[in-house]
Design a protein around this ligand. Structure first.
Ligand SMILES: [Zn+2]
Length: 133
């Protein structure tokens, strides 16, 4: 798949249909991150860092990829957070709004009717295995 990069966070929010309430929240920590580029994926976007390593993965209801609880505290503050099972060793944060997925595409066979993940608040596929945390 060809790599698609957003020109700006505004473009990313528009394309991903990021909830308005989440935009300011996400902008605050992305601006503190050593952002190299914003890369488009079908159901999220990634904040790749100048320093390399794990990218932040911004989903509709949460962001994962913080390198430690301390980094999360530094970038986001003392907020609702969790240890990621999807990206072991990283931490994630819930966005103020984490309702049903409203992004551009939903992968085939990944129907979202498995309820809501108790950990990150994203919609779950039928398998009930969360892809986001
Ligand atoms: Zn989850």
């Amino acid at each position: 798949m060809e790599r698609e990069v957003y020109e700006s966070l505004k473009d990313a929010f528009r394309d991903q249909r990021t909830h308005e309430d989440n935009q300011a929240f996400i902008r605050r920590f992305v601006e503190k991150t050593d952002t190299h580029s914003l890369v488009r994926f079908s159901n999220h976007f990634r904040v790749e860092r100048l320093s390399g390593g794990v990218a932040l993965r911004v989903h509709s209801g949460s962001t994962i990829g913080f390198r430690s609880e301390q980094e999360l505290l530094d970038l986001v503050g003392d907020v609702d957070r969790f240890e990621s099972r999807h990206l072991p060793g990283t931490w994630g944060v819930r966005h103020p709004q984490h309702g049903p997925w409203r992004g551009p595409t939903i992968r085939n066979g990944n129907r979202l009717d498995g309820g809501v993940c108790p950990n990150c608040g994203n919609r779950l596929p039928v398998s009930r295995r969360c892809d986001f945390c």
